[in-house]
Write a protein that binds this ligand. Structure first.
Ligand SMILES: Cc1cc2nc3c(=O)[nH]c(=O)nc-3n(C[C@H](O)[C@H](O)[C@H](O)COP(=O)(O)OP(=O)(O)OC[C@H]3O[C@@H](n4cnc5c(N)ncnc54)[C@H](O)[C@@H]3O)c2cc1C
Length: 343
């Protein structure tokens, strides 16, 4: 009579542990593994997805749990740009990632489900222009953001020739301001997803194959001298402290990883993004914009005055859902800096 192997609980905390946990699951824990994932970002959710697609996976013998403090894709995974490029870095993983995205989109109708599409990409060097606001002097914002909600489309043909190779269908650059345009990618080398929709879809697909999601903040990973035993977390809905048995833990808590696993050398980087309603041509644009003199140094009523450098360099990606996503990197946070704490 065959002995029944013990069930396994795997907790994912951080990407560095990811590969060893996958290896552990596939080669050593062939029977009854249970996996718990800490962090419901793109790493945790895609890991859960791919584990549920593994030939040795069976919901009868494997328990996979995504433990997420806030909500699926609450961190960078829900706010990222979602640009995919064969010309991105690191070169050792980019071709695999790019191909996987293409395959996943084909298999699960990613075009409809998470906005997967091939896209043009370029970089533009231009001079910023202060737009005149209806009934007022040229200002940057109206205090309630109304004028900023819509990106103006430039009328066909308004982009002047001789200013680099600005494509004629790129309808959302003011040609008068462009100093130089260069092609970075074409639909053969560049694509995009809507990261929030992609991450939540991966979670949904993992759940439909037997994984489960628990909303709770992990406070400790408990181990014996030889192996991990359990994960303690505070359940979001009840604030009760609970413990989940774990045979394997995969940490995927993004910049919070070192809070649950201090040995992980993961730094946080601050970045901000906005999403603007606008139906524009499918381009991702990396920009360098020289700001007009005095830009935003004098705010109108209720407008906060800000001091910028002499130029800004937002990345802007048109999305198929009639929006444009824009983001800019800020700085690496030191260990003394604060960033949003999950509670
Ligand atoms: C502005 C911006 C733009 C970007 N653009 C792109 C892009 O175009 N293309 C690209 O490939 N990448 C891009 N990135 C990078 C990409 O978003 C990240 O590399 C990726 O989302 C990281 O995913 P993650 O799962 O590791 O972490 P996260 O998305 O940070 O997920 C971590 C999760 O862990 C949870 N968590 C934290 N602590 C705990 C705890 N104690 N217990 C339980 N759960 C916890 C959080 O709630 C969060 O949901 C961008 C990033 C930013 C910030």
């Amino acid at each position: 009579m065959a002995l029944e192997a013990p069930r396994k609980n795997i907790v994912i905390v951080g990407t560095s542990v990811l590969m060893s946990s996958l290896h552990t699951c596939t080669s050593q824990h062939k029977a009854n593994p249970s996996s718990s994932f800490t962090g419901g970002g793109i790493i945790g959710c895609t890991t859960a997805y791919f584990l549920t697609r593994h030939p040795l996976y069976s919901p009868a013998t494997h328990k996979i749990t995504i433990l997420e403090a806030t909500s699926i894709a609450a961190g960078a995974s829900g706010k990222a740009g979602g640009l995919l490029a064969l010309w991105a870095y690191p070169a050792c993983i980019v071709p695999l990632s790019y191909r996987l995205h293409e395959e996943l989109a084909k298999e699960h109708d990613g075009a409809k489900r998470w906005g997967y599409r091939q896209i043009y990409c370029g970089s533009v060097d231009c001079t910023g222009k202060v737009r005149e606001r209806k009934g007022g002097k040229g200002v940057v914002a109206d205090g309630e953001g109304r004028e900023w909600n819509k990106l103006p489309k430039t009328k066909g043909g308004s982009i002047k020739k001789g200013r680099g190779d600005v494509p004629s269908d790129l309808d959302w650059l003011d040609g008068d301001t462009v100093k130089e345009y260069s092609v970075m990618g074409t639909p053969d080398t560049t694509a995009q997803v809507h990261p929030l929709l992609f991450t939540t879809s991966m979670a949904d697909l993992a759940v439909s194959s037997g994984a489960s999601i628990v909303l709770g903040k992990v406070t400790s990973i408990n181990s014996s001298s030889s192996s991990v035993q359990s994960v303690t977390y505070t359940e979001k809905a009840t604030q009760e402290v609970k413990t989940l048995e774990a045979t394997d833990v995969i940490i995927s808590a993004g910049p919070w990883t070192s809070k649950v696993f201090p040995a992980a050398p993961i730094e946080a980087m601050r970045a901000h993004s906005v999403v603007i309603k606008a139906e524009v041509a499918p381009y991702a644009i990396f920009s360098e914009i020289a700001l007009p003199k005095g830009f935003n140094r004098t705010g109108g009523q209720g407008v906060e005055t800000r001091r910028h450098g002499l130029s800004v360099s937002p990345e802007m990606y048109a999305r198929p859902d009639g929006t444009v996503y824009a983001c800019g990197m800020c700085c690496v946070l030191s260990s003394h800096s604060t960033y949003r704490e999950f509670g």
